[in-house]
Design a protein around this ligand. Structure first.
Ligand SMILES: *Cc1c(COP(=O)(O)O)cnc(C)c1O
Length: 404
């Protein structure tokens, strides 16, 4: 059967594919340790689950307004006020079927054929394909690890053209964990001052910062920037609710209205039951986040220290999120590397290393090339301390063998 050109150009999500492969091996009885998953390993907190059961029991099982029930829009507004000191009206927020869907809807609503979106690399795997699906052109800006994977104002100026429609800021970042300070965000904003460019701020990891860092988003810098920023967020990461599929966004009322029009002709409302669960997540007891961060803080040290013991690998502790993003270019210089290179001919270096780690060390990690930098790997530390200790040990042993 004939497929559309549009879908033929889309690459499936590499992180979802890797997680599926690791799970398949596990189901076959292979002892694989997975560092692929982009989701917290904790159970959704009980009060949130209880709110969902209550919604079912009280018949909250029908269509809702397309952009979410008024109670959830109010909870989102309340959250922005409480956590971010940002004031939005309900008409300036909308709820979608997960954060990825929020980004998808936004790109479909703001991009015309050939419009450019500036995407700092390393980037979340889904940004470029979702931009392309909307007819846009991702303009990739390489942000090296030596500068903390952060885009500089100079880089931003160099890549802006008359076709630039939007820029993406994802801080803390998936995959690098890197987070912009307020001063860095203000400097970036300066580079696009006076231009009609939308700032897309993906704040999904806002509550996951280490070492007493404080969160700041572009909308905090000034009223003028708030007016040009669409803030994306959701309950998936902060409340360990990835399966519930609730994301939301806030910003210019006309864009929000456009997103709801698109949603009215595609998914309609996000699941009614999940919406009631999200109301509880955003307005209920917030102590779950702190407990999760206590575990992530411990695991961050465990994984970073462990990786730094492996020959050829060097890892900086991330500022936020739950990913280690070690540099592995040193591995490509080890004596055993040419044989690995040959065995996985046709794959990028970081992909060949991941294949080697899966086949020889039974460890699943994601190659940096999928995020736009072939000299790195991504390891999610949203897994048990024991898995981290054992998995990192396996990686160390495999690299020692390559070191000869
Ligand atoms: C996980 C994630 C999201 C949102 O994911 P959903 O599961 O769709 O809610 C958005 N942006 C980034 C960078 C993420 O890592």
């Amino acid at each position: 059967m004939k497929l559309s050109q549009r879908i033929k150009n889309v690459k499936p999500s590499a992180t979802l594919a890797l997680t599926a492969l690791a799970n398949k091996l596990k189901a076959q009885g292979v002892d694989v340790i997975g560092f692929g998953a982009g989701e917290p390993d904790f159970d959704t907190p009980e009060p949130i689950k209880e709110a969902a059961r209550r919604a079912i029991n009280t018949g909250k099982t029908k269509y809702t307004p397309v952009g979410g029930i008024p109670e959830l829009k109010a909870a989102v507004c309340e959250k922005f006020k409480r956590d971010n000191a940002l004031s939005y009206k309900p008409a300036e927020v909308t709820v979608n079927c997960g954060g990825k869907h929020s980004f998808y809807n936004l790109m479909q609503s703001i991009l015309d054929e050939g419009d450019e979106v500036i995407v700092p690399a390393p980037y979340w795997v889904s940004y470029p394909p979702i931009i392309a699906l909307a007819g846009g052109r991702p303009v990739i800006v390489d942000c090296p690890g030596e500068r903390g994977f952060k885009m500089t104002p100079e880089q931003l100026s160099e890549h802006v053209t008359d076709n630039t429609r939007a820029i993406i800021i994802n801080s803390p970042s998936n995959p690098t964990g890197s987070a912009y300070t307020r001063a860095e965000l203000a400097a970036l904003a300066g580079a696009i001052a006076g231009r009609d460019i939308i700032i897309v701020s993906d704040d999904i990891y806002e509550s996951m910062l280490y070492d007493a860092r404080t969160f700041c988003t572009m909308a905090n810098i000034s009223d003028e920037l708030k007016a040009r920023t669409i803030v994306l967020n959701g309950v998936s990461k902060a409340y360990s609710m990835t399966g519930w599929r609730i994301g939301y966004m806030a910003g210019d009322a006309a864009i929000i209205q456009a997103v709801e029009t698109l949603q009215s002709q595609s998914t309609s409302n996000p699941t009614s039951i999940s919406q009631w669960a999200a109301v509880e997540a955003l307005t209920g007891d917030q102590s779950f986040i702190g407990e999760m961060m206590t575990a992530f803080t411990r695991r961050r040290s465990l994984i970073v220290d462990g990786l730094n013991r492996a020959p050829g690998i060097s890892c900086q502790p991330p500022d936020g999120a739950f990913y280690a993003f070690p540099r592995v270019s040193g591995v490509f210089a080890l004596p055993g590397w040419p044989a690995v290179r040959e065995r996985y001919a046709g794959q990028a270096n970081s992909s060949a290393l991941c294949s080697h780690l899966l086949d020889e060390a039974r460890v699943a990690v994601v190659p940096g090339v999928e995020f736009g930098n072939d000299e790195y790997l991504r390891l999610s530390f949203a897994t048990s301390d024991e898995n981290i200790t054992r998995g990192v040990e396996r990686i160390c042993e495999a690299m020692q063998r390559l070191a000869g």
